[in-house]
Design a protein around this ligand. Sequence first.
Ligand SMILES: Cc1cc2nc3c(=O)[nH]c(=O)nc-3n(C[C@H](O)[C@H](O)[C@H](O)COP(=O)(O)OP(=O)(O)OC[C@H]3O[C@@H](n4cnc5c(N)ncnc54)[C@H](O)[C@@H]3O)c2cc1C
Length: 402
Amino acid sequence: MRLVIIGGGVAGVTVARLVAEADPSAEVVIYSAEELPYYPRPRLIEFLAGRLALERLPLYPREWYEERGIRLELGQRAAALDLAAQRVRLADGREVPYDHLVLAMGAHSWVPPIGGVEREGVYTLRTVEDAQAIRRDAQAAKRVVVLGGGLLGLDTSGALRALGVEVLVIEAQPWLLPRQLDREGAAVLEAILQRMGIQVITGELCTQMEGRGQVERLRLKSGRTLEAEMVVISAGVRSNIALAKEAGLACNRGIVVDEHLQTSHPQVYAVGDVAEFAGRVWAIIPAAIAQGRALGAWLSGQDGRYEGIVPSATLKVSGVDLASIGEVNPEGEGFEELRRAEPERGLYRKLVLREGRIVGAILLGDRSEFAAVSRLISQGVDVSAYGEKLLEDGALAELARG
Ligand SMILES: Cc1cc2nc3c(=O)[nH]c(=O)nc-3n(C[C@H](O)[C@H](O)[C@H](O)COP(=O)(O)OP(=O)(O)OC[C@H]3O[C@@H](n4cnc5c(N)ncnc54)[C@H](O)[C@@H]3O)c2cc1C
């Protein structure tokens, strides 16, 4: 079997590893547009903060690929797909035949249509080149404005703060981390961030960037203006679906796949941030790994099936312990919410229950019981007998031990 994988991120590499290990005779080739072998993108935050050297970004050395018989072609961009002829055309003009094709092209940072956004000093963070540019310019800046108070925006803010820069976060929603926190938890987090020197404005949008060449000022929806010599936009991502769309594969927000990660064409699969399953693109690592594993098993002749994930996330701002999993802002009937807030200690804990089972949790200030609550959720353990006791320190861990 000749397996061609486009994209050498976590999703593509997971598929390559599983297929190569299950069938050493399989020919597995990864074409990656990037020059570095696979590096986990969260490491970019560590690199940005100056806690990790560039050489330590890649997870595996080149020999790791060679030992498994995986051919890794770096700096090679796929330019077109010919599904009828089962060939990929690379940007350098080469035509590459395949038996099975895996599309693992990931996503790119979304840039909202803000007037003047093309000005110098405006960045997004997705690749090592982005991180290098932000790091270089932030070291010379006094203050950086981060547009977007989601996970990536806050992780980036923490890293910039570690460089000694003043940071101001602007979030359009009424509170920070709107997907992972509720209003009360976000207020506790905001106070922690303020104490660290990260300023926060919520419920505001940047509508215009002004300056001569370089960004100098931001105009907000309320009419307020702010001085800004450097801006990092962190407004979410969009799947890299252009190639797939041009080739005629069914696409929505992402490339549409079924439980075997198969696209609308039988020889072509998609995994990770580029794939849309059951109407959703999670664009997080646990989904990319779960999809990569399912497809790796399926292509190795096992019953690999992707059935979705319970999304979970942790914040990597050093000094802030936050984990969020599952349904934390439930809508509709039948949910019970348990809360414990001690803002003066920077503590907030929330559990969301449905029919006696935990379906979502926020652990802020102490996430030591994150693995325990994840287990209680995935195993659907009935915790209805415990009520408010579940909020006590150690209760989740004890229950998870059974
Ligand atoms: C700074 C940062 C921190 C993050 N932190 C977290 C976190 O803590 N937890 C979490 O769950 N998620 C996090 N994420 C998101 C996570 O990194 C993504 O969900 C994950 O990288 C998706 O993996 P992927 O393999 O699908 O795509 P990607 O990692 O985007 O890899 C796709 C690869 O395909 C290449 N490619 C694209 N088009 C082509 C082409 N035409 N030809 C050849 N190659 C191509 C790209 O260059 C890229 O190398 C973070 C993201 C960033 C940027």
